[in-house]
Structure formats: structure tokens, C-alpha cells
Design a protein around this ligand. Structure first.
Ligand SMILES: [Zn+2]
Length: 420
């Protein structure tokens, strides 16, 4: 009996993953543009297969797809299980889609005993990826009436049109979004649960098929820090008279790397990245001491205080290096994204469910952002389950085993059914 059921679940999951991948194939990988054709096609396929499996589908005013059991007419705030259907350009098939498929399968799975569980909804969100319009969580923010109005004026990555135009094109009322009209208030749902592939390498390295997420890292970013020194002849200026901007930046990053190492040893959650760095292309040369350099800075942590502490250290070290090397650092606008804490009640509930199912369940922070952060920061109890995935994410080589995925579905179904 168990064997037959497992095969049926695996076959259904495979069928949905393959159908959506085929419909959004864009070699290498898949492209499901936020509020574009690939995402729309994915929503249609999900709705078709949901209907075949007896689920009732409804599209909200902002284009997100909601699924529920038709026999469940209870009116109290439901537990919503969801994720997003868009992808980055030439991305992997499982980022986002896995969570939507899991949500559908939990609904189908709990059907025989639905009234023993809280009311459930499966949600397929649009517009989570920032890759298309430079803004993440568009769908979930709009849903809660929290999308900043100027986000609608953001231009597509190809410079072709705005987000607002793309939304209008598929029938979304952008005036309502601009006015901050919410599709739902935080009190309208009792919890938000999301299954997602892990986008880092930890679970593969540790051999963990599924984990529960402790929190979602926030970040502090500067798109551009400008370090200004003095250009000069590379052969003629002695070391003590140089104001080398590249060495100043290198020293800053090296000092921060050491602070990072120490903070990790103290048990803090932190990552730091300087992903863009360039000297002035119109004037740099092998024989010129670099007079200026521009670089990006990003720090992420689950803990706002840790980020603040590290940020203060960055600014302190900049001042010290300005004095010792005769350079100056100019920071552009600081951009903050708050970390999100996952709900301890739901984490306990998931751990208890894993125990009952004899599934080992470690916990892990999420380094990447997810819609769950938007729901959590709106005050909705939120939790996430990660599924092991090889080769990272945001690339065509994402590799999730269906057997691991089904463990995640089992865990969610057990946790919603039986309180911990
Ligand atoms: Zn995602």
C-alpha cells in the first residue's frame, strides 16, 4: 500500500516538473519571466493539473493562483503553503516550482482527513525573482499591499518596458497596487509554509535530505563604494608616497575577512561579499597606480545586530585605512533588507512531525531570500523546509532527487495534520 502510494506521488511530481520544464524551456535551462509568458504558462499548467486532481483554482487580483479542496468550506483563516513560479533567465526548474508542487501534493494528500487539519490553501505566487525588474518578492509584497509604488516604474532588465506595463498587459490592476490595496491582510491567514530547494552546498555536503529553516538572512548593501586615491606612474612613485586605491580596498576586505572569521568563531551568523569591483576602464593601465576603484559590498545575517556590528567595523576600518593610506572612501545609499525569523511554534511542529516519521531533521539558516520573509515580517507565523539540491541554484544544473522532495512533502503533510 505504502509502495503504491509512493509511486503515485513520485509519478505525479515528475509529471508536473516535466510539464512545466518543457513549457518554459530556454536552453540552457528554463526562463519563466516575472509577469511574463513563461510564468503565465507555468501557472496555466499548474491550474490544469490541480483541476484534474479535484482542486478548486482561483486567480487573485494580482495574478497569483490559489488552490483549495472544494469540499472544505470552513471560513477560518487557512494555513497557506506556497512558493513562486518565476525563475531567473536560463535558471533551474526546481527553484520555486518545487514549493508549489509540494503545496498541491499536501492538499491532495490530506484530502481524506481534511477536517482533522486546519483549512489549507496552496498558493503559486508570481514575481519573486529580482532578476527581471531588480526587485524581489513583487507578488507577495503586492498581495499584502506592501509593494512600494515606485517598483511599478522599474525597467525590465532589457530596458524594454516597466513592471507596471508587464502587469497591465496580463490584466492586473496596477492602480490598485499603486494605491497599496491588499488582497489579504495578515489576519486572513494563520500561517505561511514554504518548501524550497536549498540554494547553497551545505545539505549535499552534510548528506541531509531535508532541513527546517531557522531564519532568513537579511542584508545590508552598498551597490557602489568609491575608493579614491591618486593615480601615478607605477615605476616613479615610491611606496611611501603612493595613494593606491586598489591596495586600500584589498586591505579593507582583508581586514573584514579577519573580523568575519572571528565573529563566526563567536557563533554569529554572517556572510560578506564584494561581488563587483572595477578600476576606471577609461584610464586604468598596467603601468598606472590605480587612483580610484569602485566596488560593491554586501553583508548578510539572520541577526540584525550582527549586521550592524559588522557594518560599524567596516566604517571604522575605512577611517583607519583613509588615514594610513591617504585615500578616501565614499559610500552610496545604504540598502537594508530586514532578516526574518521563522516561527518557533511551527519549527517545533515540524520537528515533532519529523520525529513521528523517523526522518532526521537538522536545521539551517537560509542565505537566500524567500517570499516566506515577506509573510514573516508582516507578522504571519511562517516556516520553511529545505530540500537537498546539488549544483546550487539560479543555474540550469539544479538537481533535486524526487525521493528527497517527497520526504519534504511527507513532513509538511504530517506537520499540518497533527499539531506538535
Ligand atoms: Zn526561489
Amino acid at each position: 500500500m505504502t509502495m503504491v502510494k509512493a509511486l503515485t506521488d513520485a509519478a505525479l511530481a515528475e509529471r508536473i516538473f516535466t510539464a512545466v520544464a518543457d513549457a518554459s524551456s530556454d536552453a540552457p535551462g528554463v526562463s519563466r519571466e516575472s509577469y511574463g509568458a513563461g510564468e503565465t504558462r507555468a501557472l496555466e499548467i499548474i491550474a490544469e493539473i490541480a483541476a484534474e486532481n479535484g482542486l478548486t483554482c482561483e486567480t487573485d487580483a494580482y495574478g497569483n493562483l490559489w488552490m483549495r479542496l472544494p469540499e472544505d468550506s470552513r471560513r477560518e483563516p487557512p494555513v497557506v503553503i506556497g512558493s513562486h513560479l518565476d525563475s531567473v533567465p536560463h535558471g533551474g526548474n526546481f527553484d520555486g516550482l518545487a514549493g508549489v508542487v509540494a503545496a498541491m501534493m499536501v492538499l491532495i494528500r490530506t484530502r481524506p482527513y481534511y477536517d482533522d487539519a486546519p483549512p489549507l490553501r496552496a498558493l503559486a505566487l508570481r514575481g519573486e525573482e529580482s532578476a527581471w525588474y531588480g526587485k524581489a518578492y513583487i507578488g507577495s509584497l503586492a498581495l499584502l499591499g506592501k509593494l512600494p509604488p515606485n517598483a511599478l516604474d522599474l525597467h525590465h532588465r532589457n530596458g524594454t518596458g516597466t513592471l507596471g506595463e508587464a502587469m497591465s498587459h496580463i490584466g492586473i490592476d496596477t492602480h490598485a497596487i499603486r494605491a497599496g490595496h491588499a488582497v489579504l491582510e495578515p489576519k486572513d491567514i494563520s500561517a505561511y509554509l514554504e518548501l524550497h530547494i536549498e540554494q547553497g552546498p551545505v545539505m549535499v555536503a552534510r548528506n541531509w535530505p531535508i532541513t527546517v529553516v531557522t531564519g532568513i538572512r537579511g542584508n545590508v548593501r552598498h551597490n557602489t563604494v568609491h575608493c579614491i586615491g591618486e593615480a601615478g606612474h607605477s615605476g616613479a612613485v615610491p611606496r611611501w608616497l603612493r595613494k593606491d586605491a586598489v591596495l586600500a580596498m584589498a586591505e579593507l576586505l582583508s581586514r573584514m575577512d579577519e573580523h568575519w572569521r572571528v565573529l563566526l568563531q563567536m557563533g554569529m551568523d554572517l556572510v560578506m561579499t564584494s561581488g563587483i569591483c572595477t578600476t576606471a576602464t577609461d584610464s586604468h593601465a598596467v603601468s598606472v597606480i590605480p587612483g580610484d576603484i569602485r566596488f560593491s559590498l554586501e553583508i548578510r545575517s539572520q541577526d540584525a545586530a550582527t549586521m550592524e556590528r559588522f557594518y560599524d567595523l567596516i566604517r571604522q576600518e575605512c577611517r583607519a585605512i583613509e588615514t594610513s593610506r591617504g585615500v578616501s572612501f565614499a559610500f552610496d545609499q545604504r540598502i537594508d533588507t530586514a532578516p526574518a525569523t521563522m516561527d518557533t511554534g511551527w519549527i517545533t511542529r515540524l520537528e515533532a512531525a519529523a520525529h513521528r516519521l523517523s526522518l532526521p531533521l537538522e536545521s539551517i539558516p537560509s542565505g537566500a531570500g524567500h517570499d516566506a520573509a515577506v509573510f514573516a515580517n508582516a507578522g504571519i507565523p511562517s516556516a520553511m523546509v529545505f530540500v537537498r539540491n546539488d549544483h546550487g541554484s539560479h543555474n540550469p544544473f539544479e538537481a533535486m532527487e524526487i525521493a528527497d522532495f517527497l520526504k519534504g512533502v511527507d513532513l509538511l503533510a504530517e506537520a499540518v495534520h497533527v499539531p506538535g
